[in-house]
Design a protein around this ligand. Structure first.
Ligand SMILES: [Zn+2]
Length: 107
């Protein structure tokens, strides 16, 4: 689970899932200290990398099972849901600055 870079407290699962929908646009306020937190570039990349196998699996299964377009769309939604619920909370890394880890070092 991600840790607030301002107060050092771990965000609860529910806040992390909520942040998926808003954190990239305006940042999200920490529920403990109120500081705006942003997703680091590194954690965005990590999330994409970790969800890639889910999408490849969906494409392979769609091809093998000759799924209709409707079933492919449903599978894509399921894949997105699984990615957000299971992978995102562990991929998210917070930064107090919008530019996050752009050119920055992790310490
Ligand atoms: Zn905080």
């Amino acid at each position: 689970m991600p840790i607030c870079q301002c107060c050092g407290r771990k965000w609860p699962y529910k806040e992390v899932i909520k942040s998926f929908f808003i954190i990239n646009r305006q940042g999200q306020k920490c529920i403990y200290c109120g500081a705006a937190q942003f997703q680091t570039v590194g954690s965005s990349q990590r999330f994409v990398t970790l969800t890639l196998p889910v999408w490849i699996l969906i494409l392979i299964l769609a091809n093998i099972l000759h799924l209709s377009l409707m079933r492919i769309v449903i599978s894509a939604f399921a894949g997105s849901f699984i990615s957000v619920v299971l992978i995102y909370p562990f991929a998210l890394e917070l930064s107090s600055h919008r530019s996050g880890s752009l050119g920055g070092k992790k310490g």
